[in-house]
Write a protein that binds this ligand. Structure first.
Ligand code: GRF
Length: 194
């Protein structure tokens, strides 16, 4: 299986996904693309020998479709079987998502369906939750709402801040995403609870 990964920043999830696709793994990374040409994850991908592409979304103010049309050029050239969003911070149009129905994954730093959207850790702490976590789900046109493929839970301790919690969750994301991607690439859609 050919896997393309979309990032917006550091790409720490992308690095773990790329590093997991070796040996008898059924998938291989074919492209890492970003909406930000300065995303440090692009240098990391290049260092790992993966082809990269970048389309600056700021070139397309008020033109989401124009940005996506540009992004689709290198993306479709890579002929991906699976598209992984990993720290990708742009909302994609239903038309874009429709091109990858059933083969597009995202990782979200909350225990969906709780806390779709942004600032998930601050919201969990403010709500007095005893745990947080991360979710890998199939991407559908509605934001952060597709079928859940895997989750991992992290305790929220007294004194945890948004930063300390984010760091703990991110560490668990790095375990969850590769595990879900491997199953997904093997055609296994069973829910994975780490
Ligand atoms: C992190 O906040 C992570 O929780 C979310 O995307 C952000 C950056 O991740 N999935 P990455 O280091 O770019 O993978």
């Amino acid at each position: 299986k050919r896997v393309a990964i979309l990032i917006s920043g550091s790409g720490s999830n992308m690095v773990r996904l790329v590093e997991s696709m070796t040996g008898n793994h059924p998938a291989r990374p074919v492209l890492v693309a970003s909406n930000d040409p300065s995303a440090t994850g692009l240098q990391k991908a290049a260092g790992l020998g993966i082809a990269t592409a970048a389309v600056d979304h700021r070139r397309f103010p008020h033109d989401r479709a124009g940005f996506e049309a540009e992004l689709l050029k290198p993306l479709l050239d890579a002929r991906p079987d699976i598209l992984c969003l990993a720290g990708f911070m742009r909302v994609l149009t239903p038309e874009f998502v429709a091109k990858f129905t059933g083969r597009m994954l995202n990782i979200h730093p909350s225990l969906l369906p709780q806390y779709p959207g942004l600032d998930t850790h601050a919201r969990a702490i403010a709500a007095g939750d005893s745990e947080a976590g991360a979710t890998v789900h199939e991407v559908t046109p509605e934001l952060d709402s597709g079928p859940i493929l895997g989750q991992v839970r992290v305790p929220i301790l007294p004194g945890d801040t948004e930063q300390t919690l984010a760091a703990k969750v991110l560490e668990q994301e790095h375990r969850l995403y590769p595990a879900v991607l491997r199953r997904f690439a093997e055609g296994d859609r069973r829910l994975l609870m780490l």
